[in-house]
Design a protein around this ligand. Sequence first.
Ligand SMILES: Nc1ncnc2c1ncn2[C@@H]1O[C@H](COP(=O)(O)OP(=O)(O)O)[C@@H](O)[C@H]1O
Ligand SMILES: [Mg+2]
Length: 245
Amino acid sequence: MAPALAVSGIAKHFGQQTILGGIDLEVRPGEIVALIGPSGCGKSTLLNILSGLLPPDAGHISIGGARTTGFDDWRRVAYMFQEDRLLPWRTVRDNVSFGLEGSAVPRGERRRRTADALRLVGLDGVATAWPHELSGGMRSRAALARSLVVQPAVLLMDEPFSRLDPQTRSQMHDEVLRIQADSGMTVIFVTHDMEEAVVLADRIIRLAPHPGRIVEALEMEDLPRPRIPTEPEVAERIRQLRVRT
Ligand SMILES: Nc1ncnc2c1ncn2[C@@H]1O[C@H](COP(=O)(O)OP(=O)(O)O)[C@@H](O)[C@H]1O
Ligand SMILES: [Mg+2]
């Protein structure tokens, strides 16, 4: 099967600085990949490129085996930003349906998909609420629903749960794993939290700076799920990652 996402020789410069120095990466369909590495090593820049928001200076990206050429190729790549970016003047439902704005999906189908996405993240009861009425965890769920409404083949997430308290974050991890298992979508996420990386990822990829590049890839598929951070084997992996960081 073709990789869900294949990245070849991706480079990016800002001014004189080489931010990404040639990134090669293949992600299998349904794989969950964690990107880790120190602040400023180019993780967000890489996700911006993978999402189609930022053109690379060199290299190319294939999605589902097809080389990307234009905007339409990215329709099924969703991007969950570090901030939830909910629009305060829209209800929860209208924030979620925003994910489909500008797409060719007809109105009835949009309504149905929006309702599905809200149900999937457990927000169907607050569809008409305003973002300011939501807790941090619910805002995060709304942002996730807005990503899911496009029925993404690839979901990109940039430190999506870093602002949540540990218990809420752990609930979001369960949601992501459940939704991924149901949908089969591919997930690539950035994190500073080694517990998050170990609990979620099939593979952990470490980047180093100057220029941003991949220095290590750790297969995690041998670690059984569900991964409870307090279980010895899981705790040990988290510890090992922390000492190497
Ligand atoms: N639009 C930009 N213009 C100039 N420099 C940038 C821009 N975006 C990011 N950078 C620089 O690129 C480097 C990598 O940034 P970033 O991708 O945000 O890192 P990370 O997400 O790993 O913390 C940093 O040194 C940052 O200052
Ligand atoms: Mg970043």
